[in-house]
Design a protein around this ligand. Structure first.
Ligand SMILES: Cc1ncc(COP(=O)(O)O)c(C=O)c1O
Length: 349
């Protein structure tokens, strides 16, 4: 039986004690009445962006909650999921004392954020076939481990983890379990959002940067128990999601049919790429991917990477990552970009 989730046990004491900055807007904007705002030293002349943004991002949150069938109280918005991950470290991990656990090869920001926040990062490698080594993860959990970060579909492998392994982690660990679902909209596997009600320590992060095609506006989303969301809200900078981002995201979310068809086109292109790369002699393995990119194993990663660069094609050389010797990560482009890539791949000897 898992102990009752006690948020106070997991938040840094200094954050519990913190009195957050409150703007007058926080208090009055949500009242819905026509008010005369002379509180924030803004320029009164209309430029469309002369006012500070809604610090609670109320309209956008409502839309996102509806879209993902959660409540608004379970949603936190940030300047990309990068900001959200950083806030999680700052809210929950005591520098120099507590640790987080990650499973390489995985998204490089987790390790960077751990260093930045002076939090030790225990790394439990994935197995050679990119699955969670569940026995080793459970053995590595120490008393001062605050957070496990995992990414499914994983970057850079594109693979999703077995749901049994993730369930075992959620059952065994009382601290925060962050499941980064940046690529979930490309995946045939279900999101872990449906499990929020069962696990108050689960945080699912998503982003508008990938399937929604909005990397430039910077909008990341965390879904979690309202007690966790409240802590993130308390420590965020007051205006972390700007007016343009909020407006742009609202418009984009309304374009569900277009988004779905773009996702389908990317998936079709990915399948076509898999088929066409099968007979290239220097490509040794095509790793199946649930994301909008693929990891391929080649005969000599550094050499093939440089050859592609010389022909004007930039992919990601992942050869120095664990279990990824001689691999390149290729993002699926437009049909025209993929045609050029295919042609150049065939020219390389
Ligand atoms: C797994 C994963 N998580 C998070 C991010 C960052 O997303 P965002 O653009 O929302 O900061 C990326 C970006 O590549 C990613 O691959």
């Amino acid at each position: 039986m898992k102990p009752v989730f006690d948020i106070k046990k997991w938040v840094r004491p200094s954050i519990t004690a913190l009195r957050p900055y409150a703007s007058a807007r926080d208090e009055f904007m949500s009242q819905g009445e026509e008010m005369l705002f002379l509180d924030a030293n803004e320029n009164p002349f209309q430029t469309a962006v002369n006012r500070y943004p809604d610090p609670n991002q109320s309209r956008l949150k409502e839309l996102i909650a509806k879209m993902r069938e959660t409540t608004k109280e379970q949603v936190f918005l940030g300047n990309g999921s990068d900001e959200i991950l950083d806030l999680l470290f700052r809210a929950f991990c005591e520098p120099g004392k507590e640790v987080v656990l990650t499973m390489p090869p995985t998204f490089g920001m987790y390790k960077v954020l751990a260093s930045l926040n002076q939090v030790e990062n225990i790394e439990v490698p994935l197995t050679a076939d990119f699955e969670i080594d569940i026995e080793s993860v459970l053995r590595a959990l120490t008393r001062n481990c605050k957070m496990i970060l995992l990414c499914s579909p994983n970057n850079p492998t594109g693979t999703s983890f077995k749901s049994e392994s993730i369930s075992k982690i959620l059952e065994a660990f009382d601290g925060l379990v962050v499941i980064d679902e940046a690529y979930i909209d490309f995946s045939p596997k279900p999101s872990w959002l449906s499990q929020l009600g069962n696990y108050p320590n689960l945080i699912v992060t998503q982003t508008l940067s990938k399937a929604y095609g909005q990397a430039g506006i910077r909008l990341g989303i965390a879904y979690a128990d309202p007690r966790i969301i409240e802590v993130l809200h308390k420590i965020k900078l007051p205006y972390n999601v700007n007016v343009l981002t909020q407006e742009w995201a609202i418009k984009r979310i309304a374009q569900q049919e277009i988004i779905k068809s773009e996702i389908q086109e990317i998936l079709n292109e990915k399948e076509a790429l898999y088929r066409s790369l099968k007979d290239i002699p220097w490509i040794k393995e095509l790793i199946p991917s649930d994301a909008n990119f693929m990891l391929i194993r080649v005969d000599d990663g550094d050499r093939r990477y440089k050859q592609l660069i010389a022909k004007g094609i930039v992919v990601r050389n992942r050869s120095n990552q664990l279990h990824c010797e001689n691999t390149l990560r290729i993002t699926v482009g437009t049909p025209e970009e993929n045609r050029i890539f295919n042609k150049i791949v065939r020219e390389i000897r």
